[in-house]
Design a protein around this ligand. Sequence first.
Ligand code: NAD
Ligand code: IPM
Ligand code: MN
Length: 390
Amino acid sequence: MSALGRATIIRMSGIEETRENVTEPDDSRAASGPQRVAVLPGDGIGPEVTAEAVKVIEAAAERFGLALDLVELPWSADHYLATGETLPEGALDDLRDHYQAIFIGAYGDPRVPDMKHAADILLGIRFGLDLYVNFRPVKLYDERLCPLRGKGVADVDFVVFRENTEGAYVGIGGNFKKGTRDEVAIQEEMHTRKGVERIVRAAFEYARDKGRGTVTMCDKSNVMRFGHDLWLRCFAEVAAEYPGIETQHLYVDAAAMQMVRKPESFDVVVTNNMFGDILTDLGAALQGGLGLAASANLHPGRTSMFEPVHGSAPKYAGRDIANPVGAVLSAALLLDHLGHGAAAAAVESAVADSLAGGQTTRDLGGTLGTREAGDRLAVAVRGSQTASGR
Ligand code: NAD
Ligand code: IPM
Ligand code: MN
């Protein structure tokens, strides 16, 4: 049986059907036929924000005539607790070979304190599909949302290239004499020349393509004399290939301070896995909150994965109060990745208009529930006037 058995296929007609098996030979990566998107709602508020992102993707598909098959997959804490299965055998191959993109809501459930399922599913997909670029835009859509005094939309507009397959996330280490007074715990970071070079190069390529003038690299090479020194040397070497682009190097502590004091000094940021995780929560706060931040996990030319930056926020789950915008903007990144730039622009435009108009959930001072916020965005996308969005 295919790893993707029990998938729910949501066709763009809005008709749902359930299949026991997905066994047909794959030609879905070929140019013809609908593009297939795996949808993993996950845990906590994940399913709620995912439902709104799907609504908006469906609206964009209708408005722009896109042929998409969204295939919902059940992998989550509930599924793990019920079946013992996290990511089924063969799932990564299925995702890689049968889908053009993956959308994830969020993972994390207090009933699974060791995050076993999240490690297998979320990190499993990032690592298993070698999605080495975690692209996280930090963009202020409306001045009123910025917590910094005197900063506006022109000041908070940068992107973070977080390395996504190495660093502190590789899980190398262990415990010795665990649970005793003599316990030793070791957790290693891993950085490879290939891994560092490719993420740094991705940041410079993006800067060149998008006309962004400066690439900033953040590390802690004053203390991490081996791993982060490799970053420092790779950064200098790759930067030399892009003479038109300015460079900035900041220790991460100074970078965090500077992001708050002078966010306008950042344009493209490249950093390791752990620092990228931390700095992008800070970045989300500059945009107005975690409910707004979007991300893409990319390997150019391969099946890539899209998810909001926030987690499963268990205390908000099931209450129709989570902000769906981070998920919706992640859906815009997905549409863009699939080659639907006009649809992506229309979604982003709908979000910008809703934020400017104060049509927001409670975290941003509005009164809308999760579903109502998503409904309004879907209506705006359906009615978007120009082929290029804004
Ligand atoms: P979190 O991002 O889930 O929530 C932190 C706080 O941010 C919330 O209490 C809430 O105030 C706010 N927030 C987050 N998303 C929001 C939304 N959509 N709308 C409005 N407010 C929102 O982080 P946490 O509380 O540290 O972690 C909860 C669980 O999620 C943990 O299990 C954690 O490991 C996991 N997590 C998962 C991901 C992911 O799946 N990518 C990311 C971060 C954390
Ligand atoms: C994120 C999250 C994840 C990470 C966790 C849930 C493993 O915080 O996507 O930012 O640390 O990458
Ligand atoms: Mn995080």
